[in-house]
Design a protein around this ligand. Structure first.
Ligand code: ADP
Ligand code: ADP
Length: 218
C-alpha cells in the first residue's frame, strides 16, 4: 500500500533520510522506531508530499500523494498536532477539512465521538492540552475513513488511558484491513501495538522485523 524506493532527503549537507526502501502492508500496524532526529517525521512528510525528496520515490497504492484523487480517503495523517489554528474550534477545523474534500458532514460528529472529543470540540484549539490536540489530530486523520493511517508520535502528551485507547484504536483499524504506520522514539510504546517494527537510525534502515521475532530474541 505504501512503497518507498531509495527515498532520500538532504538538507544542505545533512542527510535526513538515506536511501530508504520499504513496503507497508494492509492489515498490519507497522511501528517506526528511532531516536529524535532519525528521520521519521521527514519520511512521513515525504510520503504526504509536504516536502520533495532529493531522490527516490514514495507512493501510496502506486501513486504519489499529489496524484491521489481524494487524498483524505486514501491516507489520513497526524504529523504535527499543534498545527491547528489556535483560534478555531476543533469542530470548525474538522468541518473545513471535510468541506475541502467533499467528505460527508456527518463524519465530523463520528470522528469526534471516536476520539472522545465531542464536548471539547466546541472550544478553541488554543485551549487544548497536548493530549487533546493529539486526539483532534487523530480525528482529522480518520475523517476520510482512509485505507492508510499514518501517525507521528501520537502518544506524546497522552495519559495512560489515552495510550491504551490509541493502542486499541490502531489494533482495530489494522484488523479492518487498513495499513497503519506509527512512529515513536520508545520501544515500550511499540511492544503491544505494532506487528512489525522498522528501526531507523540517522535516516537509514537499521532493522525490519516482525514484532514477535524481536520480543522472543535473546
Ligand atoms: P525524527 O522525526 O526522527 O525526530 P526528523 O525527520 O524530524 O527526525 O529529522 C531528521 C533530521 O533532519 C534531523 O537532523 C533534523 O534536524 C533534520 N531536518 C528535518 N527537517 C529539516 C529542515 N526543514 N531543514 C533542515 N534540517 C531538517
Ligand atoms: P492547504 O489548506 O494549505 O491547502 P492541505 O489541504 O494540503 O493544506 O492540508 C491541510 C492540513 O492537513 C495540513 O496541515 C496537512 O499537514 C494536513 N494533511 C494533508 N494531507 C493530509 C491527510 N491525508 N490526512 C490528514 N491530514 C492531512
Amino acid at each position: 500500500m505504501i512503497e518507498l524506493r531509495n527515498l532520500t532527503k538532504r538538507y544542505g549537507d545533512k542527510t535526513a533520510v538515506d536511501e530508504l526502501s520499504l513496503t507497508l502492508e494492509p492489515g498490519t500496524v507497522t511501528g517506526f522506531l528511532g531516536p529524535n532526529g532519525a528521520g521519521k517525521s521527514t519520511t512521513m512528510r515525504l510520503i504526504l508530499g509536504l516536502d520533495a525528496p532529493t531522490s527516490g520515490t514514495a507512493t501510496i497504492g502506486g501513486r504519489r500523494y499529489a496524484d491521489l484523487r481524494r487524498p483524505l480517503r486514501t491516507i489520513g495523517a497526524l504529523l504535527d498536532a499543534k498545527a491547528v489554528h489556535p483560534g478555531r474550534t476543533g469542530r470548525d477545523h474538522l468541518r473545513a477539512m471535510a468541506r475541502s474534500q467533499d467528505l460527508p458532514a456527518r463524519r465530523v460528529a463520528e470522528v469526534l465521538e471516536l476520539t472522545g472529543m465531542t464536548a471539547a470540540a466546541r472550544r478553541r484549539a488554543g485551549t487544548y492540552s497536548l493530549g487533546m490536540s493529539q486526539r483532534l489530530g487523530i480525528a482529522g486523520a480518520l475523517l476520510g475513513d482512509p485505507r492508510v493511517l499514518m501517525l507521528d508520535e501520537p502518544v506524546n502528551g497522552l495519559d495512560p488511558d489515552g495510550v491504551r485507547w490509541i493502542r486499541t484504536l490502531l489494533r482495530g483499524l489494522a484488523a479492518e484491513g487498513r495499513t497503519v504506520f506509527v512512529s515513536s522514539h520508545l520501544m515500550s510504546e511499540m511492544e503491544q501495538t505494532a506487528d512489525r517494527l522498522i528501526v531507523l537510525g540517522r535516516g537509514r534502515l537499521v532493522a525490519d522485523e516482525p514484532m514477535s521475532a524481536l520480543l522472543t530474541a535473546g
